[in-house]
Write a protein that binds this ligand. Structure first.
Ligand code: TMO
Length: 285
């Protein structure tokens, strides 16, 4: 399955190259992130190489409980997803990174310079409309459809030192090239996302942050091991840490390699790593 952010696209390409080495055939299917559970549950697609806890935990857990998908294990990467701004924004909005500062200075984030509401820019991930509602933030949302679009907007705003606030994540090349930080919302609790009574707003869920030390998992359609056990076991072995993911996204998003080229470069550079994965996964095949 191919989604809309670069590390997922590159690691999917890496995984396909590993399948090639085991003579396992595959096809890529492009699926919008918010449709991924629908397709994984039905076996329309079989593999997700990156499930991010912050934005995807809920959908993942639901299908896991229904035995429609399999947890194929964690990457070593520790992740975070959230509201992020460049450091220069702090001088326009004293009190950041605490979220309450956003209540006083939403207007500086208006992208049309007319609206009194700030604009939060996001991709097709996460549930920030609920967070805005639950925390009564004076923001609307501008949704883009691919991580590349976020970086184009960031580059333009950053060059002019114009206030911007958007959905960002780590590991990611952006936090290496742009100085900035995440907003801190009330501390995450799993309850917060399902129980309205939890937290400072008793009527709504999502009155909290995403987890700040979150997992990154792989998931498979429940039928995958029966179709091809080796493919499933290779997926289990697949394991990327923060440095590796930063490096991959730097190759594509900053150095402008295609996802395929970035995947090949990784295969060339990390031969001992993937050879060990393949040997552990399916020594006979
Ligand atoms: C799922 N993502 C890494 C874009 O937050």
């Amino acid at each position: 399955m191919l989604n809309e952010w670069s590390s997922q696209l590159i690691i999917s390409n890496i995984y396909s190259k590993l399948l090639n080495k085991k003579s396992i055939s595959y096809t890529f299917i492009e699926v919008p992130s918010d449709m991924q559970w629908y397709h994984l549950a039905r076996g329309n697609t079989h593999v997700q190489v990156e499930v991010w806890q912050g934005s995807m935990e809920h959908g993942f857990n639901k299908l896991l409980e229904q035995n429609m998908i399999i947890d194929a294990g964690n990457h070593d990467a520790i992740t975070r997803e959230g509201w992020w701004y460049p450091s220069y924004v702090k001088s326009f909005c004293p009190g950041l990174p605490d979220w309450q500062a956003l209540r006083r200075c939403s207007t500086i984030f208006s992208v049309d310079n007319f609206s009194e509401k700030g604009t939060f820019i996001r991709g097709p991930w996460g549930n920030d409309a609920s967070r805005i509602r639950a925390l009564k933030l004076n923001f609307n949302i501008l949704k883009v459809y691919h991580s590349d679009e976020l970086w184009r907007i960031l580059k333009r705003f950053y060059a002019q030192k114009r206030p911007i606030i958007f959905f960002n994540w780590t590991p990611n090349w952006v936090t290496k090239y742009y100085d900035g930080e995440f907003v801190t919302f009330p501390e995450y609790s799993p309850e917060c996302k399902i129980n309205p009574k939890w937290g400072i707003n008793p009527y709504h869920t999502h009155d909290c942050d995403n987890p700040t030390q979150a997992w990154l998992k792989k998931a498979a359609w429940v039928g995958l091991p029966k179709i091809n056990e080796c493919a499933f076991r290779v997926l289990q072995q697949l394991n990327f840490n923060n440095t590796m993911i930063e490096e991959l996204t730097e190759w594509s998003d900053n150095k402008k390699l295609t996802y395929k080229q970035a995947a090949q470069q990784w295969i060339d550079k990390y031969e001992t790593t993937w050879k060990k994965w393949l040997l552990t996964a399916c020594p006979q095949a």
